[in-house]
Design a protein around this ligand. Structure first.
Ligand code: GRF
Length: 183
């Protein structure tokens, strides 16, 4: 069975772009943000997209089941969270066991969560980085596949540090995905 990727992205989608530019087999892209630039990037390549907006907590199981059906309907075998800012429920994860990856802007287990870059700056670390890991039901807790270090420079702001980390992610993520799907 040849691997097919579904990508989840909430924002700009520069990591999605890195996967596309690397020639990886992205067959469907979804977001919780209907206007996300990531969806536009996919449409520019003729890749099917869908938006599954955030819903109240008790509806998340149904929302994630619908998301899984969308990907399965396009033959997705592996999922990449590329800046996806929602926690995936078992109704999604159980359909892709061990086959959902995430890219995170810190050296996990340091600085999990949505404010990883700000937290690293506040902690005053000299080095942070990027991590690609397998997604489980926790927040940035699954097994680590690959990591790369990124130096923190004096005078860095969240924006300057985030940009330096993203450049590293754009190499790290396609390489890790390529290894997992063995193409
Ligand atoms: C990345 O830095 C990723 O680590 C974080 O969100 C950012 C997404 O950037 N979770 P983009 O949308 O891929 O440009």
């Amino acid at each position: 069975m040849s691997a097919k990727l579904g990508v989840l992205a909430s924002g700009a989608g520069s990591n999605l772009q890195a996967l596309l530019d690397d020639g990886l087999p992205v067959v469907a892209v979804a977001s919780d943000v209907p206007g996300a630039r990531a969806l536009e990037r996919a449409r520019e390549r003729g890749i099917p997209t869908a938006a599954f907006p955030a819903v109240s907590p008790h509806d998340r199981t149904a929302r994630d089941a619908a998301l899984a059906r969308f990907f399965l309907g396009h033959g997705v075998t592996h999922v990449v969270c590329a800046g996806y800012m929602q926690i995936l429920r078992p109704s999604f994860l159980d359909r892709f066991p061990g086959r959902v990856l995430n890219v995170h802007p810190a050296l996990l287990p340091a600085f999990p969560g949505a404010r990883a870059v700000e937290d690293a700056l506040a902690a005053g670390v000299a080095t942070t980085g990027a991590t690609v890991h397998v997604v489980d039901e926790g927040v940035d807790t699954g097994p680590v596949l690959r990591q790369a270090e990124v130096p923190v420079h004096p005078g860095d702001t969240p924006e300057t540090l985030r940009a330096r980390i993203r450049d590293v992610e754009h190499r790290l993520l396609p390489a890790a995905v390529r290894e997992v799907i063995a193409v």
